[in-house]
Design a protein around this ligand. Sequence first.
Ligand code: SF4
Length: 399
Amino acid sequence: MSAIGVAVEDLKLLTRSISEDLGQSRSDWVFYCYLNQGQNNSEHLKTVFELLFIMAVGKKKSLDSRVLFSSTKLGILTKCPRNYKYMYIDHIKVPTFFVLAFGIAMHRMLELFYTTNFKSEDSFAGFFARYWNDIKYDKNKRIGFVKVPNEDSRPYIFGHYKRLGEAILRNFYKRDIPRRDKFFAEKNEALRNARLLSAKAKKKKEFLSGLGLFPRVETKFQLEFDGHRIRGNIDRIDRFKDGIVFFDYKTDKHKSTSNDLMVLKNPNHQFTIYDLALKNLFPEYDLVGRYLLHLRSLAKDAAANPLIPVFKNAVDFNSLSISLKNAQDIVDRKAFDRNVGYHCRFCSYYEPCSRDVMEEYVSFPDPVFGSLVETEEELNNLEESIESYWGTDLVESDS
Ligand code: SF4
């Protein structure tokens, strides 16, 4: 029983049914509860509504009825609205694809690079090896169980990514250590100058961001654009002589070109949204560059150039505006249709979706998972198929 004497299962059922009914995010159904409190005759439900409202206010959740979009949400809604429903409305838990788990692990390591004083490339790569090992044995709470094509392939796949991750991180360390040391020196100097503050106050994120130091890593933001709400997380923002620049880390197998990233070829709004965020977060600086940092370029050579410049113009902002409108419309109409195709074989929701499909008598592609993967060529083929549909980093904190 919960604190108010309501069975926890009842609470879960209630929240699930409201969520389905509204077809909106969690904060939206909390708002719905608020609107409906007092209109329901059942004392039991009233109490639950009140509790949910208190939870919403207590956690400072937004009571805005619009969807809080992100580039990941927009991408998923465009590719398959049913996938969006499984992920963001039904909150169906599924194992994490091995490709995505690797992307998450690398992002975490590159965040740590600017927050932890790794003394050598060995200690940096060694930290990753232990972290990756925890993921392999399902000891990482955030990533959870990692899905591989076949359990017998697990040692090969994890070994492959361990070597790849270590190679990338060693060369990243060599490449970026002068920048990191400069940042640490500036930070230490600022901390010495603020010696009157307590140690606790100095550790606070607001204090550090108030120092105006760069780079900033994993910067969260929320903004309004064209009547829509958007949030996201920028991997790294750095300041140079002429202004600020942002970087998005990618673990993709293939290195895109600037041309590939134009909106007409790739309707992914991530960089356009970051443009808006930078203008909001740092209006005092000019935005002078956006780069995709292709991590696998560093796997063999620390001197390789991993940066791909990205260009944005009015067409991108128009396209974002249209996508947001369409996305909100799909959610409002609860039009979570399936987009069935070959790509379903590489969808994280293949199992729940195929189960539902059997009930609806829709034809569905056969599963691809189950086959053994134990050579580089087999792994390459699989990675390419997954990436071609889902990319490598559905990792934004936007669940
Ligand atoms: S399996 Fe296919 S139809 Fe089902 S959610 Fe995934 S992409 Fe959509």
